[in-house]
Ligand binder design. Structure first.
Ligand code: PHE
Length: 344
């Protein structure tokens, strides 16, 4: 038996060394070490050995098995290395080829304006708040002193989801939400940028979806002068040190008194031109002192505190600042338009 083992080892090693393909190697492995392989067969014969012979032969079997396994895996490794080398030499990399450029996008002009405005107001101590775009009638209208029969609540102007749910028509509901969250505490200073929706036919100056930034301040002894000072500071940081603003009386249900705020035309410096339609002024936002009823509904005592609010259209400001003639450019994702805002 020992001689047979030796012979088997010799011939197996001989065959392994001559193998030229991985598949052949696998066949050989089965032939010798497999379940029905030659070594296994020999092991079966061990039953007929004498007890003295058994451990000697057993040890020899193990040695043979180890030798064969080492030979198999050595050969296997050699095959893998050869395959890798072949692959490496067939796929040489030309490190002198120019790289493939990765096109980088640019920040959207509206995002850029929003960030600029946020930075200005954060500098003035405002917090940035957010609110839902699918809003309850309650917050979009009721809490803002817009009674049930107010024309703005008409189906013609508002996208209703259900009778009580709608796409917000303004960022002003975030005023109400923020006040409620603050539970009557002062000071409250927040701005809220976000998308709003109105049933408009889209054209060069109208879009059924656009962007507003709402601002709200509530504290003791807040007056119209605070509103004007804040907006003047904003206008100067946004449009230039020498900017002037003008307040005109207006009406919003949630502010009293209400104003519309004009910016001195930056195109002509107030002389009158095409941009300002010869008036020297450009309307940029609506604002006013928070209506006492709105304060009250949101948990503030109008006898003790007062506040101002304002709301502006981001597209309008972007159009003015970058001389964009059609609001639809902001939404149609024409990269030729967007690339113009890439300042690296
Ligand atoms: N929500 C008003 C609008 O959409 C703007 C506004 C906000 C006016 C806050 C006054 C105060 O026209």
């Amino acid at each position: 038996m020992q001689t047979r083992l030796q012979e088997m080892k010799e011939s197996a090693l001989g065959q392994i060394s001559q193998v030229t393909e991985a598949a052949q190697l696998q066949d050989l492995r089965v032939k010798y070490l497999g379940k029905k392989g030659e070594l296994t067969e020999l092991l079966r014969g061990m039953g007929s050995l004498s007890p003295e012979e058994r451990p000697v032969v057993g040890q020899l079997v193990n040695e043979v098995r180890e030798a064969l396994e080492a030979a198999f895996s050595g050969k296997q490794k050699a095959f893998e290395e050869a395959a890798l080398n072949a692959k490496l030499s067939s796929q040489t990399i030309d490190v002198t080829l120019p790289g493939r450029p990765v096109p980088a996008g640019t920040m959207h002009p509206l995002s850029r304006i929003i960030e600029e405005i946020e930075d200005i107001f954060i500098g003035l101590g405002f917090e940035v708040a957010e609110g839902p775009e699918v809003e309850m009638d309650h917050f979009n209208f009721e809490m803002l002193n817009l009674p049930k029969d107010h024309p703005a609540r008409d189906m013609q102007d508002t996208f209703y989801v259900t009778e009580e749910l709608l796409l917000r028509t303004q960022t002003s509901p975030v005023q109400a939400r923020t006040m409620l969250k603050k539970e009557g505490k002062t000071p409250l200073k927040m701005i809220c940028p976000g998308k709003v929706y109105r049933r408009d036919d889209d054209d060069a100056t109208h879009s059924h979806q656009f962007t507003q930034i709402e601002g709200l301040v509530i504290d003791k002894k807040i007056g119209m002068s605070d509103l004007k000072g804040t907006l003047l500071t904003f206008a100067r940081q946004m449009f230039g040190e020498n900017q002037q603003i003008r307040l005109r009386p207006s009406f919003f249900p949630f502010t009293e008194p209400s104003v519309e705020v004009d910016l001195q035309c930056f195109n002509c410096g107030g002389q009158g031109c095409r941009v300002c339609k010869q008036t020297g002024w450009i309307e940029i936002l609506g604002a006013g002192m928070v209506h006492p009823r709105v304060l009250e509904m949101a948990g503030y005592n109008p006898e003790e505190v007062s506040g101002f609010a304002f709301g502006m259209g981001v597209e309008r400001i972007a159009m003015l600042k970058y001389a964009v003639e059609d609001i639809r450019h902001f939404y149609t994702n024409d990269v030729r338009f967007l690339r113009q805002f890439n300042r690296g």
